[in-house]
Design a protein around this ligand. Structure first.
Ligand SMILES: [Zn+2]
Length: 306
């Protein structure tokens, strides 16, 4: 069984999941290191304290300077982990993000509706919608017939995404540490390609349900605001449901439409790329083509997520 795993914000990898945990680009066959030892609080920053800091940074942040400074990454991450988060707190974040997702999907459907029902020379809002489709999905590079087919397919896909978010029970809040098993990749979200259609099925090894979007502790970090959370859910929804034409939506490139790893993508690649779906819907909602601060560019899936 292969899952689409978001190892860092705005990116997913297709990884096999074994009962002993994840394997991936960084595979381990046995536990590496161990828990940070509890130290007596003596006010002394000695070698053991320094070792514990270095170990924490290595595991959590992939940095190795061994120094905790006010308001820098290490202390922020420490607080994210230590700060107690209840299931209710986690559900609040999903509840805050879902209406934003709903608005984005409705806006995307309206944009597509306007384009589909317009004449050959678009003006006003139809011209705006056409421009958005060209930037996020590169549709201007397709023939007229291919463009029409893409409009209908996108309309169907976004309509189906909207139906799914009417069912919040499809989101599984997963506070357990399984997202963290390879220790180099705190995970944020996990979905099965077209898992929506795997009703009642679960992964044989982990017993994790295939028909759920799993949101891990990284999703609930204080640094992930409601808008960012909505973008992540839009991205995961596209994997979870797939295209109206039943093709999978994977991770061919990550980022905003004009980012370094997005620019080379063809229209057909973008039509099967999760961040293209999230980006178009985000812009339809906000009306702004400016890249949101939380979107980062990265190449496609290391595990060959397509
Ligand atoms: Zn993804």
């Amino acid at each position: 069984m292969r899952w689409l795993v978001m190892p860092a914000v705005g990116s997913c990898q297709l990884l096999p999941v074994l009962s002993s945990g994840f394997t991936g680009p960084v595979a381990i066959s046995a536990p590496v290191g161990g828990p940070i030892p509890f130290l007596a609080v003596d006010g002394i920053c000695g070698p053991r304290t320094n070792a514990a800091i270095a170990r924490f940074q290595q595991v959590q942040l992939q940095i190795f300077d061994g120094v905790i400074e006010p308001n820098k990454n290490t202390i922020v991450r420490l607080n994210e982990i230590i700060d107690p988060v209840s299931d209710d707190d986690l559900r609040v974040k999903v509840r805050q993000a879902l209406p934003i997702v709903g608005l984005a999907l409705t806006a995307a459907v309206r944009n597509l509706q306007a384009v589909i029902t317009s004449g050959p020379t678009p003006t006003g809002p139809v011209a705006t919608a056409t421009d958005r489709l060209n930037r996020h999905f590169g549709l201007a590079t397709l023939s007229a017939a291919e463009q029409s087919a893409a409009h209908v397919d996108l309309f169907g896909s976004y309509t189906r995404f909207s139906t799914v978010i009417m069912n919040p029970e499809l989101f599984n809040i997963d506070t357990v540490d399984e997202f963290d098993l390879d220790r180099h990749n705190p995970r944020i979200a996990l979905t099965q390609p077209q898992g929506f259609f795997e009703e009642g099925r679960e992964d044989e090894d982990t017993h994790r349900r295939l028909d759920r979007i799993h949101l891990g502790l990284g999703f609930f970090a204080p640094s992930v605001g409601a808008e960012f959370a909505a973008f992540i859910i839009l991205h995961e929804l596209s994997h979870f449901v797939g295209r109206a034409n039943r093709q999978n939506i994977g991770d061919v490139g990550r980022g905003w439409f004009d980012d370094r790893f997005m620019r080379p993508l063809s229209a057909n690649q973008r039509l099967s790329n999760a961040d293209s779906y999230a980006g178009f819907a985000h812009e339809c909602r906000t009306g702004s083509a400016v890249k949101p601060p939380f979107v980062r560019t990265a190449p496609g899936g290391l595990g060959g997520a397509r």
